[in-house]
Design a protein around this ligand. Structure first.
Ligand SMILES: [Zn+2]
Length: 251
């Protein structure tokens, strides 16, 4: 039996079309002209004269995941994922997990969402660079009041499109699953935190990193591990710095 590409699989290609304004859940199958509730945070979107469809409203807010050429973009991300797996299994030893992550973030056209316990200054710099062009949103726990904290608070204005929810070390919230979601199309998950040490350990198998290309699983990871924590932050006491959490949601 020859094996090849089954055209039928194109019918199962259902990438997310929008992100929720409040929780940044990845949304598929948003109805055209009806009221809609976010399946993750339950915020209600109600059509108005100005925005007769939810999609129009989210698009006007810059929350549509509208790719110029979604197939070409998907192929590029799939190539990164394939190289990542080859790197992790030793078939492509020069393609380290760090390189994979940097290439994936650098390829993003819309947004990067992540959760981590701690973050190194090195990664904050990389994410601030990416946030000059795309939206980067992260939930970070285990934050200490050090220079990284100041980068994310006092100097947040260097990269307004990098938005973070910060939990201190005393916080009860610790992510057991670390994820990085690129454009709602691929994700990295595993034990490695967003520290240069963590991702370099992953090259030697001392941290677990896995790349996910099943879009349904990518959406599930984002909507289960990122969005509920992001929106749950609204109910929590804020850390001392008033600009710790940049807010552009919840209208
Ligand atoms: Zn939501």
């Amino acid at each position: 039996m020859p094996s090849g590409f089954d055209l039928d699989s194109l019918l199962h290609f259902n990438p997310p079309h929008y992100v929720c304004e409040r929780c940044f859940a990845l949304l598929t199958d948003v109805p055209a002209n009806f009221a809609y509730r976010c399946p993750v945070c339950d915020v209600a979107y109600v059509p108005t004269d100005e925005f007769p469809s939810v999609g129009d409203y989210l698009s006007a807010r810059g929350l549509a995941l509208a790719y110029e050429d979604v197939m070409a973009h998907g192929q590029r991300l799939a190539e990164i994922a394939r190289r990542t797996r080859a790197g992790l299994t030793g078939q492509l030893p020069d393609y380290t997990p760090m390189r994979a992550l940097l290439e994936a973030i650098g390829s993003a056209q819309h947004c990067v969402h992540f959760t981590t316990f701690g973050i190194s200054a090195w990664f904050v710099g990389a994410l601030k660079m990416a946030a000059q062009y795309i939206d980067v949103r992260g939930v970070i726990s285990g934050i200490k009041r050090d220079e990284v904290f100041r980068e994310l608070t006092t100097y947040a204005g260097d990269a307004p499109r990098l938005q973070t929810r910060l939990f201190g070390q005393e916080s009860q919230w610790f992510p057991h699953q670390k994820i990085i979601v690129i454009d709602g199309l691929i994700a990295f998950k595993g034990s490695a935190n967003l520290t240069d040490i963590g991702w370099r350990k992953a090259a030697h198998g001392r941290e677990v990193v896995e790349v996910i290309t099943d879009i349904a699983e990518v959406i599930e990871l984002n909507n289960r591990f990122f969005s509920p924590v992001w929106v749950g932050f609204e109910q929590r006491a804020q850390p001392e710095a008033p600009n710790t959490a940049a807010s552009s949601y919840g209208r």
